[in-house]
Design a protein around this ligand. Structure first.
Ligand SMILES: *Cc1c(COP(=O)(O)O)cnc(C)c1O
Length: 391
């Protein structure tokens, strides 16, 4: 038998509550095993209530939600869309689905999100080239809210619609308002690794009821109102299933608990490393309340005797513990290498020095203790010995 010591510690595994199974069973009992049914409505209204937003469409993924958001703005072939470079590829892929050009913007050190100054610089430079971007996609990376007031002001000043990619930030707030409510539309993800999950799924949020109604129409194959199948739009099969929505209903009930535990985990890492030379963590600027989806550390090898984030990652891996570098900036990805980038090397340096540590809300204090003791040991013993041991 495997002992607890050998059990893999994942970065951010699903954490299911007590009700999810019952909701799913209810769907089976009523034969609502379909992309329609009572749980879908219920899940949507619980999101609407929690986020205090006008309307919500539950969809098959966060990526689908972003795709529909861009379609709503009329983004098409040859258009330009500004987005954060330091993020998951799904923040930019839907731009390419539509044949449009992503323009990547660097991050700032305060939040690791869109640098408002660079954003404005990019808009002005594009303006000189005769280009007006069709949209701005901002991200709340790892749950940390972006500087939405500044970003909204820029979006308004230049009359460019704003989309909030809040896939990682359910439960985070900025100036007392939930992430997922900034911008004309916002996107949530309920993928298996996110703070709450429906196994796979997402949602599009907006205060504009018409936008959401139309997204729902497009997400169910754009069927016109007729007895036969009549179509005057290109449709998509992007609706969430009633089964997944059942899981979502249960997960919404525990969202606040999940945020509390993730924040506790961040605090534990923070307290552990706050006096350690060369290790730093992202603190919340004024008005920013993060769900702390993932806790990441920055490792400065000049202050750790040459220990890099990769040394730490390999040491954790050798003990069956998953950790990951930060998202590799999209402007450095082969698939996006021919697109514009504005900024300096902030996102690149965050990527090179950052490591996301296991942050799952079901993690025990014992597991947390094990993780930090491995990191401490590597930091105390130096890189030379470690490389020898890991290889
Ligand atoms: C997860 C994620 C997405 C995509 O969501 P899916 O539900 O996996 O399609 C988009 N943007 C960011 C920043 C994400 O982390």
């Amino acid at each position: 038998m495997k002992s607890l010591n050998d059990e893999k510690i994942w970065l951010s595994p699903p954490h299911i509550g007590e009700k999810e199974r019952a909701y799913v069973e209810e769907a089976f009992d009523q034969n609502w095993v379909a992309p329609a049914g009572p749980h879908l409505k219920r899940f949507e209204s619980s999101i609407k209530q929690y986020f205090n937003v006008g309307a919500v469409a539950a969809l098959s993924s966060g990526t689908a939600a972003l795709h529909l958001a861009l379609i709503n703005l009329g983004v098409s072939q040859g258009d330009y869309v500004l987005t954060q470079s330091l993020t998951f590829s799904a923040s930019a892929n839907p731009i390419r689905y539509l044949g449009a050009e992503p323009v990547f913007i660097d991050s700032e050190y305060d939040t690791w999100n869109l640098d408002p100054d660079v954003l404005e610089e990019a808009i002005l430079d594009l303006k000189e080239k005769g280009i007006k971007p069709k949209a701005i996609i901002g991200v709340d990376l790892y749950g940390m809210p972006a500087k939405w007031v500044e970003i909204q002001n820029i979006a308004m000043k230049y009359d460019i619609p704003l989309i909030e990619d809040s896939a990682e930030a359910a439960g985070s707030t900025y100036m007392g308002k939930y992430c997922g409510t900034f911008g004309r539309m916002a996107v949530l993800s309920f993928n298996g690794n996110k703070i709450i999950t429906t196994s796979g799924g997402g949602a599009l949020l907006s205060n504009d009821w018409h936008i959401i109604e139309h997204a729902r129409f497009l997400s169910t194959q754009a069927k016109d109102n007729a007895a036969h199948y009549q179509h005057s739009h290109i449709g998509y099969n992007y609706r969430m299933s009633n089964i997944c929505a059942g899981i979502g209903c249960g997960q919404m009930e525990v969202l606040d608990n999940r945020v509390r535990r993730r924040r506790e985990i961040f605090d534990f890492y923070f307290d552990t490393f706050k006096d350690t030379d060369g290790i730093s963590l992202l603190v919340e600027p004024y008005g920013h309340y993060s769900n702390r989806w993932l806790t990441a550390i920055l490792v400065d090898p000049e202050k750790t005797d040459g220990i890099t984030r990769e040394h730490l990652r390999l040491a954790l891996e050798s003990r069956n513990i998953e950790s990951r570098p930060l998202w590799k900036p999209l402007h450095l990805q082969p698939v996006f290498e021919n697109h514009l980038f504005y900024g300096s090397n902030v996102s690149q340096s965050l990527f090179e020095n950052g490591l996301c540590l296991p942050s799952g809300s079901a993690m025990t204090d014992e597991q947390l203790g094990k993780i930090v003791s491995i990191i401490r040991k590597v930091l105390n013993n130096g890189a030379g010995e470690l490389v020898h041991k890991v290889k």
